[in-house]
Design a protein around this ligand. Sequence first.
Ligand code: FDA
Length: 308
Amino acid sequence: MLGSLLLAGSRMPLVRRAVSGVPLTRKVVDRFVAGESTREAVEAVHRLADAGLAVTVDHLGEETRDAEAAAKTAEAYVTLLGALRELELGDRAEVSVKLSAVGQALGADGDKISLDNARRIAEAARAAGATMTLDMEDHTTVDSTLGTLRALREDFPSTGVALQAYLFRTEGDCRDLSHAGSRVRLVKGAYAEPASVAHQGKADVDRAYVRCLRLLMGGEGYPMVATHDDRLIAITETLADRFERPRGGYEYQMLYGIRTDKQQALAGAGHTVRVYIPYGDDWYGYFMRRLAERPANIAFFLRALGGK
Ligand code: FDA
């Protein structure tokens, strides 16, 4: 209930101004966001890479309504990838891109503008030896995002995509994208979606996640298991045994600042663990989704406001 309210609030300008204006918000945001500048993002990459973790970096922003801002976001990724190139991490470095941040929401031309911008980012990623994965946003964008994925994969076949288990359609999308060379990041899903398109209960979402996971682990692509859920991680290991997938045949992904102990434990056990590192000043939507996921985060937020 509280989670749904927070997700609804994440799209209201009034709530955005109120939350962003609270002086201590920034301190709390820092738990989930690596910083505002490219330099801070690269420092976080450095720290995590030194600790044996792979990374995927997200320049924060979404639902851009202006072509200039969309181009600027693409430029920010190109700059970031220039810096990552010097670290020589190869495919242990990746960028995650929200198509709505690079123009998808710009009306009739949105698909073309976001594809052009995504191509620029993919070129820079290739030059850095890195990969790119498309984040998945609300359900109205899925067809457009998968269309862009197909177009990008013609020239950049390593481009990956996130699929959200809570959507009824996703089992079908997993089946379509379980072919050789395909990279799919499976997530539960973080947006407020109507009952007409998405499972609403946690148990139903978890069961849908397992069905999708089985399709991806049993397929020929490269599954990227993005969850902090211990039960789903245990099921992934069972499926890896059943389908004889070696450790390098799939990877785990988790968010910056969440379950860092588990990230280290899995990496220590020889798994590839990739940490999703968001940076930039447009942190509001991302931050509200993280609060909505876990009531304890709201308590943490309120304690910080109270000065504790
Ligand atoms: P669940 O929410 O059940 O959490 C399991 C456990 O993890 C919790 O009990 C808690 O211990 C811990 N945990 C989870 N979230 C936490 C939080 N916010 N704070 C503190 N602890 C927390 N979604 C989307 O719609 N589109 C996308 O493109 C992506 N991309 C993406 C990339 C990566 C790498 C990850 C890990 C996640 C996403 N997501 C996403 C978000 C995803 O849909 C989902 O909302 C979160 O991962 C939380 O779901 P879990 O699978 O972790 O399970």
